[in-house]
Design a protein around this ligand. Structure first.
Ligand SMILES: Nc1ncnc2c1ncn2[C@@H]1O[C@H](COP(=O)(O)OP(=O)(O)OP(=O)(O)O)[C@@H](O)[C@H]1O
Length: 596
């Protein structure tokens, strides 16, 4: 007995390795027993491929018996065949025959088999041409069966599921069991029960090993919680074809309020990667060309459709990315100076709203068209941190205190290093993280947070622009999404359509901004405030203020201020740095145009 079991195990192992079992027969071995067992096993294992032969055999035996016992039953058999063929053709979809061609095939097989059985019942199976019809017809109808892609996939899946106990042992998930498997258009998915003490994280961490054990291509296996969210179950998804292979056109906005989650694009199971932005901040990362701007376009398409959101944007790439949305953007900053002023104003708004909430006994700002949320989108955040480092205090304030007052910061950057994020607490305050492809594995943790790489968030394996991983309070497992793609024409058309319904800033915020503007200019965030007492300084400022558009030449400024050349250059450099002056051309300066 134990010998038989041993042989069985050996044969099973060999089959898994793609080898046919070899039987060694010794004189006292129970040969017929083993051969019969192996034959029965092969007949069971290849039952799908052999199904046409089994059907032919059943028809032959059935026909012979019926002819002997009930030859008068043939009209009934014919009637049953007709009804079965009709039912399969009409209702076959309910039985899983999704395509019309599949239903037609099933109807043809039912009609052919029933017709033949009826004829052989009446005439006997040896009567001509019935034997030939059975063999020939069986072979012809078997061809589509053998060629059918989904059937073959199903067989492959069944075999892999049958081999799971061994695979599980090899990949370190010993004791996990397959519960059910479904073949779909993209590949297959199966539900698994984990062994005691195993977690979904264990399964996620074993994904590369599972891919190797199943012999899939790299990146074909996904592990996610099951829909009932049980801790000891997981869903395994194996892709034969990438559902994200082609760009996915944006279907248009699905929201009208920031209180609804925004759909960034479909996950691989075609459900939307929907994420809420209200009272949250967002970080979007990924290498150049990975689709960050595309992601921002999806956000803009939806945010601009929300009647309770005022959008401010900072784009220090001269507004290249966000310019097309300018008609929907309440304020767009394209220079460090404008960005600095905007962030200062955002803090003013934030403080005014916080005060208003306290005065009105409210805890949070509930967005409505007359009390809109404020979303500040910063493309290329690293440039902001570098070109306007003195704005770091303001971004920090927004990140730390913006949630309750519905002021949201969304930052896009390639690598959100501490330096690129401006040293403050901004990165740690980001609740929603979207990672497009990163170059190095360690960048995963940089964008998504410490420990995410080892938890299976493999953003370095994303293999096409627009593919992303989304981490947010409602998305805690790594699932690949692909952002919708907005063409330039869609952006232009959407921006135009939405521009007419943009709300204005609420009264509380607007009043606070007006008051701040009326106060004498005292920008605590500007580091260099030249002394107003210095007459040379005053003369220089006045000269610059009155300078023509093309600026005043150095020689002229030297004459007016009576300063030495090095001192003048130093003062000018300070003024430029503080954004009070700009260099217009070579050696020509003027006061900068204040935006407020
Ligand atoms: N969701 C998407 N689906 C398909 N293709 C996309 C998608 N997003 C971007 N692409 C393609 O990738 C290219 C680069 O995308 P995008 O400009 O958004 O990248 P980026 O990460 O913003 O790069 P950069 O940092 O240089 O601005 C686009 O021109 C577009 O062809």
């Amino acid at each position: 007995m134990s010998r038989t079991r041993q042989m069985r195990r050996h044969a099973h192992k060999m089959r898994r390795n793609g080898l046919q079992p070899m039987v060694i027969i010794d004189s006292d071995g129970p040969f017929p027993d083993v051969a019969g067992m192996l034959l029965a096993r092969a007949m069971w294992r290849y039952r799908s491929e052999l199904a046409p032969a089994y059907l032919v055999a059943v028809l032959a035996v059935g026909g012979a018996l019926l002819h002997l016992m009930h030859p008068d039953w043939w009209p009934w058999l014919l009637a049953v065949a007709v009804v079965a063929a009709w039912a399969l053709a009409v209702f076959g979809e309910r039985a899983g025959l999704a395509l019309r061609i599949e239903r037609a095939y099933a109807a043809a097989v039912a009609m052919g088999s029933g017709g033949w059985l009826s004829a052989s019942t009446a005439l006997g199976i040896t009567s001509r041409p019935l034997p030939l019809m059975l063999a020939g017809g069986g072979f012809v109808l078997a061809l589509p069966w053998w060629a059918h892609r989904r059937r073959r996939a199903r067989v492959r899946v069944d075999r892999q599921i049958a081999a799971w106990p061994d695979i599980a042992k090899d990949v370190g998930l010993a004791g996990s069991r397959a519960q059910s498997a479904v073949v779909d258009v993209w590949g297959w998915r199966a539900r698994f029960a984990l062994a005691r003490g195993q977690t979904i994280q264990d399964a996620i961490g074993r994904v590369p090993a599972i891919e190797s054990a199943l012999g899939t291509f790299r990146g074909a296996v996904r592990v996610s919680p099951t829909s009932d969210d049980r801790a000891n179950r997981f869903e395994l998804r194996v892709l034969d074809t990438d559902p994200h292979a082609d760009a996915i056109p944006w279907p248009g906005p699905r929201v009208t309020s920031i209180t609804e989650p925004i759909d960034l694009g479909p996950f691989e199971d075609a459900t939307g990667a929907r994420v809420l932005l209200l009272r949250r901040h967002g970080l979007i990362g990924g290498v150049a060309g990975s689709g960050k701007s595309g992601g921002i376009n999806v956000l803009m398409g939806n945010l601009s459709a929300c009647r309770d959101v005022v959008i401010w944007a900072i784009d220090l790439k001269r507004g290249m990315e966000l310019q097309p949305w300018s008609s929907c953007i309440d304020r767009l900053a394209t220079t460090p100076k404008q960005a600095r002023a905007m962030l200062r104003d955002a803090v003013t708004v934030l403080e005014a709203r916080a005060e208003w909430l306290t005065a009105n006994g409210r805890r949070v700002w509930d967005p409505a068209p007359e009390l809109p949320a404020l979303v500040i989108i910063v493309d290329e955040y690293a440039e902001l941190a570098e070109d306007a480092p003195d704005a770091a205090g303001d971004t920090d304030s927004i990140a730390r205190r913006g949630r309750a007052v519905a002021v949201t910061l969304i930052a896009a950057t390639q690598r959100p290093t501490q330096k690129a994020m401006g040293k403050g607490a901004v990165r740690s305050q980001m609740d929603v993280r979207v990672s497009f492809r990163v170059r190095e594995r360690k960048d995963v943790d940089l964008i998504l947070g410490q420990g995410m790489l080892s938890a299976g968030w493999h953003a370095h394996t994303l293999n096409a622009p627009g593919k992303f991983l989304l981490s947010a309070p409602e998305h805690d497992t790594p699932r690949r999404g692909r952002a919708y793609l907005l063409t330039d024409a869609t952006v232009a058309e959407t921006a135009e359509r939405h521009s007419s319904m943009r709300p204005a800033l609420d009264e509380v915020s607007q009043r606070a901004l007006d008051e701040a503007r009326m106060r004498p200019i005292s920008e605590p965030s500007v580091p260099v405030t030249p002394s107003q007492e210095d007459p040379a300084e005053r003369a220089l400022r006045e000269a610059l203020d009155g300078a023509p558009d093309e600026g005043l030449p150095i020689a002229h400024l030297l004459m007016i201020t009576q300063l030495s050349r090095p001192t003048l250059y130093r003062r000018l450099a300070e003024l430029v740095k503080a954004d009070h002056a700009v260099q217009v051309g070579r050696g020509r300066y003027k006061a900068s145009d204040h935006t407020r």
